[in-house]
Structure formats: structure tokens, C-alpha cells
Design a protein around this ligand. Structure first.
Ligand SMILES: Nc1nc2c(ncn2[C@@H]2O[C@H](COP(=O)(O)OP(=O)(O)O)[C@@H](O)[C@H]2O)c(=O)[nH]1
Ligand SMILES: [Mg+2]
Length: 253
């Protein structure tokens, strides 16, 4: 029976990893986990390599330095898609290491794939706001970004900047990753936009989002500025091969 593959980009998240992995495997005992680490100087690679599950259900993709969230995900997607060809997985889930995304929600995302979705977006903002302990400034930025994305692109999703998603593996394998250019948080928007333009069936699952357990956010002014210009850029660009299918994208739950 194939198991889900979870991809988590990490940069200085060692304070969160023991708790995150424990909770993940408690919620999804057969999950395989790939960490894409950007040479974290906090001992993350050594911790992973000493873990009893290393190269069993815990895998590490090491990069040479902090190369950005988007490229970390692209490297992780390519790695998992290649592995899926020989050892199929039931779903590819992406999430953060800092416990903002509760592993207990993973089965619900996977279930939505099993019932027909190609891509499932965890949402903090469907039928209310479910974010705890975030500074008001961060919440406003996130809500404003969502509104901006909906207005500029026409995508109907309630939380288009979220980083907790599940993909049908064959669909992910069909994406032309070389067409994805965003490197920070715009990456989340760009992947969903590409899938939406290609007519994928996209659904939303409500989650509760908590502020990170330990450590500091890697959000920066540069990342916000990138997202501001990338959104109109992607709306104007379309996605070539998928634009003729651009259709529905209606969020179903
Ligand atoms: N590999 C890698 N991971 C990153 C990078 N930037 C952020 N991350 C990871 O991406 C996830 C989300 O980042 P985070 O700082 O929590 O963003 P926030 O939740 O928006 O404040 C966390 O697991 C980070 O460690 C990066 O440049 N490279
Ligand atoms: Mg976070």
C-alpha cells in the first residue's frame, strides 16, 4: 500500500524537528519524510543522519547554502517525483517544519486527493480566520496578500499563500518545474496558479494555523516585494500550455 511523501524545507529548524517528526509519525505512521535543508548551521544534517529512520522513512536533501524556499521545493519535488517512479507514493504533501502546520491534518488532505482532487490547499481563512498567536501585523499581511492574489489573478482560493498542500503524485510529475520562477513565498501562489490555469481540480481543507513553536521566521521585505510584482507577472504571463484549459478552478471543499 503506497504511503504519502512529505516534503519539508528547513533552514535552522533543529529546535522544531524532534517534535515535528514525532507528531508527524504519530498522525501518519507510514509517512516518508524528505527534508530539504539549506546547510543549516544548527546541526540539522547531523541530527538527521543520526536518526534511526535515516534513509528508511527519513531522507535528507542537502544544499550548499540558503538558496531560497522556492528552489528548495523544486529540488524536493524533483527528488520525490523521481523516487515515485520506482517506489510509488499515495500523495505528495508539503508543509513547514515549525509546527505551524499540524501533522494531524495530513490524513484529511490525503483523503481529499483520494476523493478526486488533484491539489488540496489547507486554508486558514475559509469560514472565518483560524490563526493563533500570530502578531496582528503578520495576520494583516497574510490576509491582504490573499485578497491581492484573488483580485489580480481571479483565483477563488481563500488562502493562496499557504504552504500546506497535497498533490496527486502523477499530477505533480506532469508539472513543468522549469516554468516556475518565484523563489520566496510567491512560489506557493505560482504553483497553485499554474495548476489552476491547467484546469486541475483544486479543493480546500480548513486548518488551524499556529505561530511557529520555536526559532524565527525567514519572512523578509525582499520576499514580500517579490510577491508584489510576481503576482501581476504570473497573471499576465499565463502558463502557455495550460491557458487554453483555463476554466473553473472553483474551490470545492
Ligand atoms: N531549505 C530552505 N528552507 C527554507 C528557506 N526559507 C524558509 N525555509 C523553511 O520554510 C518553512 C517556512 O518558513 P518560515 O520562516 O516558517 O515562514 P513563515 O511561516 O511564513 O514565517 C520553514 O520550514 C523554514 O525553515 C530557505 O531558503 N531554504
Ligand atoms: Mg512558519
Amino acid at each position: 500500500m503506497p504511503s504519502p511523501f512529505i516534503i519539508v524545507p528547513t533552514y535552522h529548524e533543529l529546535e522544531n524537528l524532534p517534535r515535528f517528526t514525532e507528531r508527524l509519525w504519530a498522525a501518519v505512521p507510514d509517512a516518508r519524510l524528505l527534508l530539504v535543508d539549506d546547510a543549516s548551521g544548527d546541526g540539522t544534517p547531523a541530527w538527521v543522519k543520526a536518526h534511526p529512520q535515516y534513509n528508511r522513512s527519513l531522507f535528507l536533501l542537502e544544499r550548499s547554502g540558503k538558496l531560497g524556499l522556492g528552489s528548495a521545493y523544486l529540488a524536493g519535488f524533483a527528488w520525490v517525483v523521481q523516487r515515485h517512479a520506482s517506489e510509488p507514493c499515495s500523495a505528495v504533501v508539503q508543509m513547514d517544519a515549525d509546527l505551524s502546520h499540524d501533522p494531524k491534518a495530513v490524513p484529511e488532505l490525503v483523503h481529499a486527493l483520494e476523493t478526486g482532487s488533484d491539489l488540496v490547499l489547507a486554508t486558514r481563512y475559509r469560514d472565518g480566520v483560524r490563526v493563533t498567536n500570530w502578531p496582528l501585523r503578520r495576520l494583516m499581511l497574510s490576509l491582504g496578500a490573499g485578497l491581492y492574489v484573488r483580485m489580480i489573478t481571479g483565483m477563488p482560493f481563500t488562502d493562496p499563500t499557504g504552504g500546506f498542500k497535497a498533490f496527486r503524485p502523477d499530477k505533480l510529475a506532469s508539472l513543468d518545474l522549469s516554468q516556475i520562477h518565484s523563489d520566496g513565498y510567491a512560489f506557493q501562489i505560482e504553483v497553485t496558479h499554474m495548476a489552476w490555469r491547467m484546469g486541475w481540480k483544486i479543493s480546500e481543507v480548513p486548518i488551524v494555523f499556529e505561530d511557529r513553536f520555536a526559532g524565527v521566521s525567514k519572512m523578509s521585505g525582499h520576499i514580500v516585494r517579490e510577491a508584489i510584482w510576481r503576482v501581476p507577472w504570473m497573471a499576465l504571463r499565463g502558463h502557455g500550455e495550460g491557458s487554453s484549459e483555463a476554466s473553473n478552478g472553483k474551490a470545492a471543499s
